[in-house]
Structures are given as C-alpha cells and as structure tokens.
Design a protein around this ligand. Structure first.
Ligand SMILES: [Zn+2]
Length: 175
C-alpha cells in the first residue's frame, strides 16, 4: 500500500483521494491535498448527482483533528454543479458541513471535549485559540439545533399515555 493510500484509508474519505502531503511551519502542520476519485459530484441539499460546471480555483481548507501533535489540514478545490432541483450550487463535501471550517471529525472532538472540560483545555488539545474554538462551537451547535427543529411546530399535545401492556400512547402535533 502506498503512503498516500494509507493516509486516504486513515482519513476515511470515500470517493476522494489524497494526492499529496506536505509539512509546513517547521513541521508543525501537515497539509493533505485532496482530489475527486470519480467524476460524480452530489448536491448538498438533495444528494442527487449534478452536472459539474467548474472547479473553483481557490482551494478551501478544513481543519481536522491533530495527528501526533501536528495540525492537520485538508485542502480541496470544490466543484460547482448544476442540480436539477436546486440549480447552480457547490458540491456536497462528505467530510464537512457546508461552510464549516472543520471536518465532522474535528467538530465531534470539539463537542466531546467541551462537554467534559473547559473551553481553554479543549482549545489546547485541539491546538486552536479559545476565540476560534468558541466561534466554531457556537456555529456547530446552532447548525445541529437547526437540523433537529421540526419546521413550523408550535405545540405538542399528549393524549392517553400508558406504560402498561395493552395501553396506548398517542401524540398529536399542531403546526
Ligand atoms: Zn439538489
């Protein structure tokens, strides 16, 4: 197995490949350049394949969890696609939420650490400043909450609840 395939397997990014790795800032940072494995790109809203219009010239950079004390960054030039339903849109990025600066893995670590330690301690482990951590934390929580919200729901009515066998439970939702 080549070193690039090994890194790709370690990162678990399906459909994309790592084409290069470079160390920066006196080896404190590891940059991984990612390219699509296949030609297909999906819409972030409906997950349907869209027609690729162009590849953005400016790469986007995502922070991933540190590896062996080194900062890890993924670098990728996203493609713009034409979705039948949503029109011109930037392709779905499988390792991160739209507009997020960190990977899902990084956000998971961020939330896990912040639930058991101070933000200052979490920022030291993740090697980011406390202000960046606070900003990313609030953005991540807001996004997750948004995803859980039932659109238009104002009241929840509960009718007939039984914990015994044969009992029934009925919930009614009013919007
Ligand atoms: Zn779509």
């Amino acid at each position: 197995m080549s070193i690039l395939k090994f890194i790709q397997k370690l990162l678990r990014i399906k459909g994309y490949r790592v084409v290069s790795f470079t160390f920066h800032n006196w080896c404190k940072e590891l940059w991984l350049e990612v390219k699509p494995h296949k030609n297909g790109a999906r819409c972030p809203k409906c997950n349907r394949r869209g027609k690729i219009i162009r590849t953005l010239e400016k790469p986007r950079i995502w922070r991933d969890v540190p590896v062996c004390g080194r900062l890890l960054f993924l670098i990728y030039c996203p493609r713009e696609i034409q979705c039948r339903k949503h029109g011109r849109i930037q392709e779905n990025i499988p390792w991160a939420a739209a507009n997020a600066r960190g990977t899902y893995r990084f956000e998971y670590s961020l939330l896990s650490y912040c639930s058991i330690m101070t933000q200052k301690a979490a920022s030291e482990l993740l090697k980011i400043s406390t202000s960046t951590l606070s900003d990313m934390l609030h953005r991540t929580i807001s996004r997750i909450r948004e995803g859980h919200r039932i659109r238009g729901l104002t009241h929840i009515g509960i009718d007939e609840i039984s914990y015994c066998k044969g009992g029934s439970m009925q919930l009614s939702f009013m919007t």
